[in-house]
Design a protein. Structure first.
Lengths: 505, 339, 571
């Protein structure tokens, strides 16, 4: 297995090397790097040309320029990158640092969301094959596939940012809005839940009433300007998550797992209260430490409660722990919302990954970055969600036709166990490859999203580089996507081995 | 290695999730095997596929829309020297009437002076969008066709000859794949900047064939192992005949479906590149460059933004639905029990 | 039609069972009002060919038919009526009261879960044992079905076991909740004949020791004779005959049953069964070049990062002109590999294959083509052996076209002649393979193989994917054609009875090596090697009394050889 992975890594590395050569040669031949200077009327024109020639090494043959870049890039192995200078003599390595951090933040978030949403929806559509829900999701998937990303991004900018900012001044819903939203959600939920007519009507009705009430309440108290979350909601949502995750992964009959999950919720709340002062004004380090503590407490609770089904209990409790950590962050972020609004009356700006010269506390700047990332993430996620949904659906449908699923059913297992335990893991195996393959492509796709939303990310680095026939930034971009591709392939191989015992050796 | 001698498999009972069950063989196969097929019409694979495709409602509706859009784009402003029925030119500026608002009305249906409105210099936006549609469609179809040819040849050669041919071709494919599609397309698009629309199409074809090549290779590899190919080889059939008579015709489904889908992704790729400024350049317009040019006019003249976007969406969506219809029509899974 | 036997209540009964499927092609009437019952400790064999509706019948007992099925009639398991149970009641019943053993052990187990997990989940679900107790019970179950080192095996994954072992695991799973009845759907069809005998022994001892009723679904009359107490014969959704195994198999009443039994090749009766041409044993003149000469052939498959796998190891045999040589062996014996190597489709590692004295090695394209003209080939799988895009006429005429023999008219005439020879209607000419049944397609393959009047025919399991009645007519036709065209032939098969009725000489293979070869009578009636004896002893015959004798003889043989006779170990 190790040998196999090493071999694959080696091949990927060689391919990467070839790719870099190809891209380098193409880039330097894509135009005239000193075209603008030749046409300029500046007095120091010749000096400028000489200077740029020196920065870019234009007086050397292409292979020695490539070699220079390659040897510089090779130093990355010792964490001492030298990616050359752009045409103005600025170190690309330092440019790349900032650019990569904002782009990767975007892409990683989009990938995680796309995986979670895509796989969940894919499984649901497979289970409810040929239902109204399936047809609607299929149509939406096709729509997202066919959507010009840049066009959708501009639309989102208009409706997600500008109109939202107008609305947040006085965040209320009209009765019609409440009725339509609640009605649509009611229809959607009953389509997912399924069942006979009576059950569907009940589901739809309950959803409608619940959503309607919540929206009315939020509107009445202007929750969106003065939101509150609080310990009670953390407890309610946490318990719901604990029960839900237990029901899904272990079945409610398994009391040990159930108690373990509920204990985790309690532990999470205890941590929340104990560290509330720190949480009010944390640093990234202290925040992460607290969140990690919640998750670890989950694992510990699983260990002690689990008994025979210890592994399962630990898994479920860790999942609940992650949910609790997430809820704590949500609670603190919600608490910071008013502060953000007071600093920034139009919270979602259409340009940039964060507000320049922002002077808020930790949570306010967290929110500032948070709201800025929402729209580009949505754009970037849409296409991936569409394809993951389709892949998961077809993979799941194929697995559900296998003999071992029939065997599982003939043992009397419930649909939940058949799907979660027997079908899902097998269906995941082909999906890992797709996800790994997609990641590097997403960084490429982020070029457009960044351009529309005015992010100073790697997309910008690449675009300016290419427009000015400047290979160093372009190659820096490639270095990141290429490395990401190799790493994701490695991750996929490992995931593969973890999921499928047949290829473990 | 086990012998492929799985003995007798009796009927397959469809699993609950499996859906349909095929009556022709799994349930009704004459037990004696000598019963003659009666005087019903005989259908070849192609005819069966066509029948299934024609019954696919979504695909047929999409086909109609796509044909309509194509005819509209070509007939309205004409092609080259041949004039169309629309009298305005997409290059000529004019007085801006009524802020350039669209005059198109559906009830009653009238086009008016400027159905899609005018841009800030008074150019007729209908003519512009039609020109953009022409260019985008042209590029999409050329890219779809070319990349299909390249992908089929490379994948087919790799799958058929195996050995070093396969290694070289597949590493070449990996090489193209390792550079993100948009990045490679942008670089090539910039190189092709002065070569016009056809040059751009050629360059885009050079980056979009990889998926099909892998697909065709896989398909050829599995067909090679099929017994009818082994049997053809055993009777002394030459490589050429095996490729063109036995292997390629049986990969047609995969190729056609993939070609269709590659047209859809080509139009999205081209418009994205044009949006970024590495695709179609002025004076030529494509649907992507129109959006790029007018994206900041959204609040003042939203029609300048909506029309080209809706056309891209319509084309990509219909082509994708046609591809889906073709996939359903070719899908071996529907014939799984029929084998 | 049911036979009532006072005293014992049936554990599974179907009354007026009727199943229809709504499909896009209209309604398919799969089961047409049948009534059968299974009592404790009894094996009822439900026999029929593909499409008879026997598997559909069995799935109704579990309530596991697809949604497009409409079931009427009454199905009772113990005292529960299936139609009256809700989803939850059905789940409690599955596994607990009725358990299932499926045909394909290779795919019936989940590849990503350990054997232990798959065994314990049913135990925990039905409340038999939990936690550590369930683990212990799983080990015990594996021990019961005779899997060595069960403690180690529970931690393994299905792919680490052989097909026979996997089927034992499936059986262990089936008996884990002490069901009243087990439905075994073709439980041995995918297995080798020696493994099949073991699994049947296991099932038999299981029903004796646990008093479980078994509904055995099979197409194999030998298995019926070996296992069944009573038999129900199913044809196109109806039961045409029921009775005890002795009655049905020795004195069949219904015409279909008679035809079915008449189609089963009977090991030991040799040539001449159901109208196959008698094989004449004329010895060929000395000195004539043999049609095929295989000499110390070695074939290896390369494996990434491992030593190459030797599929064929120093195999030597000859096929004389006009002679049928049967290559027989179990899966993995290398018999198909030899056939493919003889056709020049895979290279030999060492040793050589000579066809009419020529070898494909180092031969120029033109000469190789000329040599190939003298060889015909028939493969196993009727689904993939014809190009789906060629009409039948073109399929058959292709060899003529490739070798540019004759003009269009003479080719058409040849095709029609061959269609007649393989007993297909001439109207089949313009049909496509997917419009024909499996048997018809295999006839087309044979016709195609004979187009160029080959002197050597390589037939790789040509009838093993066919129903018995179809197989019988194809074999009859095959021998008649061989009589007429006098080609030399290697006939690869796993079925000793098939080899028995048509081969002149037999080569027995095991793990890529020749175990024994010689004249048919010598090898099949009077084997000298241990492996051949085991193989022959394991093959069941479709007569209950004789099969009982053969079974006892096999057990004796195993005892002699120091092997254990498989049975359920209950403490």
């Amino acid at each position: 297995m190790t040998k196999f992975i090493l071999r694959r890594m080696g091949i990927s590395f060689l391919v990467l090397l070839g790719g870099s050569l190809l891209l380098f040669v193409l880039t330097i031949n894509s135009g005239d790097p000193i075209e603008d200077l030749r046409e300029s009327n500046a007095d120091n024109r010749d000096y400028l040309i000489r200077q740029r020639t020196a920065y870019m090494g234009l007086d050397q043959p292409w292979y020695s320029r490539y070699w220079e870049w390659l040897t510089g890039a090779a130093k990355c192995v010792t964490l001492n990158c030298d990616l050359g200078t752009n045409r103005n003599g600025v170190e690309v390595t330092s440019l790349l640092g900032n650019a990569a951090s904002s782009t990767l933040r975007l892409v990683v978030l989009a990938t995680v969301l796309a995986i979670v949403i895509g796989i969940t929806v894919g499984i649901l559509t497979a289970i409810r094959q040929y239902s109204g829900f399936d047809y609607v999701v299929t149509f939406l998937a096709f729509l997202f596939f066919s959507l010009p990303v840049f066009w959708a991004a501009v639309l989102l900018k208009e409706y997600g940012a500008i109109r939202f900012n107008d609305w947040i001044v006085e965040p209320t819903f009209t009765p019609l809005q409440i009725l339509v939203t609640a009605g649509l959600l009611g229809i959607a939920v009953q389509a997912v839940m399924g069942g006979d007519l009576k059950r569907r009507a009940l589901t739809a009705g309950a959803t409608l009433v619940f959503v309607g009430a919540v929206m009315y309440y939020f509107s009445a108290v202007e929750w969106f300007r003065r939101p509150a979350f609080g310990a009670v909601l953390i407890l309610v949502v946490g318990v719901a998550a604990a029960v839900g995750i237990t029901a899904l992964l272990a079945g409610l009959k398994n009391r040990k797992v159930m108690w373990s999950a509920l204990t985790t919720v309690g532990a999470g709340l205890a941590v929340y209260f104990a560290f509330l002062p720190v949480l009010r004004e944390p640093t990234w380090l202290s925040l992460l430490a607290i969140l990690a503590l919640v998750v670890v407490l989950g694992a510990v609770s699983g260990w002690f409660w689990g008994g025979y089904s210890r592994r399962l209990a630990m898994g479920v409790s860790v999942a609940v722990g992650v949910v609790m950590a997430f809820l704590i962050v949500v609670d603190r972020a919600v608490a910071g919302w008013m502060g953000l609004l007071s600093l920034k009356s139009r919270p979602i700006s259409t340009i940039g990954s964060q507000t320049p010269n922002f002077t808020g506390d930790f949570w306010e700047s967290f929110l500032d970055k948070g709201v800025q990332i929402i729209l580009p993430t949505i754009v970037l996620t849409l296409v991936s969600v569409a394809s993951y949904t389709r892949y998961t659906r077809s993979s799941m449908l194929e697995v559900l036709e296998q003999d071992y699923v029939r065997t599982a059913r003939s043992k009397g297992l419930s649909e939940r166990v058949v799907i979660v335990k027997h079908a899902f893991r097998n269906a995941l195996i082909p999906i890992t490859t797709i996800v790994a393959f997609d990641f590097a492509g997403l960084i490429g796709g982020a070029i457009i999203t960044e351009q529309v939303f005015g992010w100073k990310g790697m997309g910008e680095l690449f675009q300016t580089g290419l427009k000015t026939v400047d290979p160093a930034p372009v190659m820096a971009f490639f270095l990141v996507t290429g490395t990401a591709a190799v790493l994701m392939n490695l991750a996929a191989d490992l995931a593969y081995a973890g999921l499928d015992p047949r290829i473990r050796r | 290695m086990t012998d492929p001698n799985t003995p007798h498999r009796p009927e397959k009972v469809p699993t609950p999730a499996g859906g349909g069950i095929n009556p022709e063989t799994s349930m009704m196969e004459p037990a004696t095997g000598t019963t003659t097929t009666t005087e019903q019409k005989s259908y070849s694979q192609n005819q069966l596929v066509l029948r299934r495709f024609l019954r696919h409602k979504g695909a047929m509706a999409s086909m109609i829309v796509l044909v309509f859009v194509t005819i509209l784009a070509i007939s309205s402003i004409g092609v080259g020297p041949i004039p169309g029925w629309w009298d305005k030119d997409y290059t000529r500026a004019a007085n801006v009437i009524n802020g350039g608002s669209p005059t198109l009305s559906l009830f009653p249906f009238t086009l008016g002076e400027h159905p899609f409105g005018q841009d800030s210099t008074g150019k007729d936006y209908f003519a512009l969008v039609m020109r953009g549609t022409q260019i985008s469609l042209l590029i999409a179809f050329v890219v779809g066709l070319l990349s299909t040819v390249i992908g089929t040849i490379i994948g087919g050669l790799a799958g058929f000859y195996r050995g070093w041919v396969e290694s070289v071709l597949m590493r070449l494919t990996d090489l193209v794949i390792v550079i993100p599609l948009l990045v490679l397309a942008a670089v090539l698009g910039k190189i092709a900047a002065s070569w016009g629309v056809w040059g751009l199409a050629l360059m885009l074809a050079l980056v979009t064939w990889t998926g099909l090549a892998r697909l065709v290779r896989g398909e050829v590899l599995s067909l090679r192992e099929r017994e009818f190919v082994a049997s053809a080889r055993a009777i002394g059939t030459g490589s050429r005949r095996i490729i063109f008579k036995h292997i390629l015709p049986n990969t047609v489904g995969v190729i056609i479906v993939s070609a269709t889908l590659s047209i859809a992704s080509a139009i999205l790729l081209e418009t994205a590149l044009s949006f970024l400024g590495f695709g179609v350049r002025p004076p030529d317009v494509s649907l992507g460059s129109l959006i790029s040019q007018y994206q900041n006019a959204f609040t003042t003249r939203p029609w300048l933004f909506w029309w080209p976007g809706l056309f891209i969406l319509a084309i990509a969506l219909t082509v994708n639905f046609i591809g889906d219809g073709l996939r359903d029509a070719f899908d071996p899974r529907q014939n799984r029990n029929k084998d | 039609m049911t036979i009532s036997m006072p005293g014992t209540e049936p554990v599974l009964s179907f009354t007026d069972l009727d199943v229809k499927f709504g499909t896009e092609f209209g309604t398919v009437h799969a089961v047409k009002g049948i009534s059968i019952e299974v009592r404790p400790g009894e094996v009822l064999a439900l026999v029929g060919e593909s499409g008879s509706g026997k598997s559909v019948t069995s799935m109704t007992a579990l309530g596991l038919l697809p949604k497009n099925a409409r079931v009427t009639g009454t199905i009772t398991v113990g005292d529960q009526v299936i139609g009256e149970l809700d989803e939850k009641g059905l789940r409690t019943m599955r596994g607990n009261d009725v358990a299932m053993v499926f045909q394909e052990p290779m795919t019936a187990l989940n590849p990503v879960l350990t054997i232990g997990t798959q065994l314990t989940e049913a135990l925990e679900l039905h409340g038999i044992a939990f936690g550590k107790d369930a683990d212990a019970r799983a080990v015990e179950l594996l021990r019961m079905v005779g899997i060595p080192e069960p403690e180690r095996r529970v931690k393994q994954y299905p792919h680490e076991m052989s097909g026979g072992q996997r089927q034992r695991v499936v059986i262990a799973m089936a008996i884990s909740c002490n069901p009243k009845v087990i439905i075994a759907d073709e439980p041995t069809t995918a297995l080798d004949v020696t493994v099949q005998a073991d699994i049947l022994d296991l099932l038999r001892s299981l029903k004796d020791k646990l008093d479980t009723g078994i509904l055995l679904i099979t197409h194999n009359m030998g298995v019926v004779a070996d296992m069944a107490d009573r038999v129900a014969v199913m044809l196109k959704g109806e039961i045409v005959e029921t009775g005890t195994a002795d009655e049905v198999l020795t004195r069949p009443q219904h015409e279909y049953t008679r035809r079915l039994l008449g189609s089963v090749p009977h090991l030991g009766q040799g040539p001449g069964q159901f109208g196959t041409a008698p094989v004449d044993q004329e010895v060929l003149p000395e000195g004539e070049v043999p049609a095929l000469e295989v000499n110390k052939l070695v074939v290896e498959y390369k494996r990434l990062g491992k030593a190459p796998f030797r599929a064929v190891d120093e195999v030597s045999f000859t096929v004389n002109a006009g002679e049928i040589v049967g290559l027989v062996g179990e899966s993995g014996s290398g018999k198909s590999t030899i056939a493919r190597c003889a056709l020049g489709l895979i290279p030999a590692e060492s040793g050589d294959v000579k066809i009419f004295g020529h070898s494909f090695d180092g031969m120029r394209g033109k000469d190789a083509k000329a040599l190939r003209k003298r060889i015909g080939v028939v493969f196993q799988d009727p689904a993939s052996s014809l190009n789906p895009r060629f009409p039948i006429g073109e399929c058959i005429a292709e060899p003529l076209q490739v070798h540019q023999v004759g003009d269009r008219r003479s080719r058409d005439a040849k095709v029609l002649e061959l269609l007649d020879a393989v007993e297909l209607p001439r109207s089949a000419l313009n049909r496509y393979p997917h419009e024909l049944s499996g048997g018809q397609r295999q006839r087309v393959s044979i016709a195609r193989a004979l187009t160029l009047d080959p002197e050597l025919l390589v037939a790789d399991e040509p009838t093993s994917a066919l129903d018995v009645s179809v197989q019988a007519s194809v074999l009859a036709m095959f021998t008649a054609l061989q009589e007429r065209y006098r080609f030399g032939c290697i006939f690869v098969s796993h079925d000793l009875a098939v080899i028995d009725l048509l081969a002149h000489r037999v080569v027995v293979l095991q793990d890529g090596r020749v175990v024994e070869q010689g004249k048919r009578e010598d090898v099949l009636l009077n084997p000298s090697e241990e492996y051949t004896k085991r193989l022959l002893a394991a093959a069941p015959v479709p007569e209950p009394a004789e099969q009982r004798r053969r079974r006892d003889a096999r057990h004796e043989l195993l005892a002699q050889l120091g092997d254990e006779i498989v049975e359920l170990h209950v403490n």
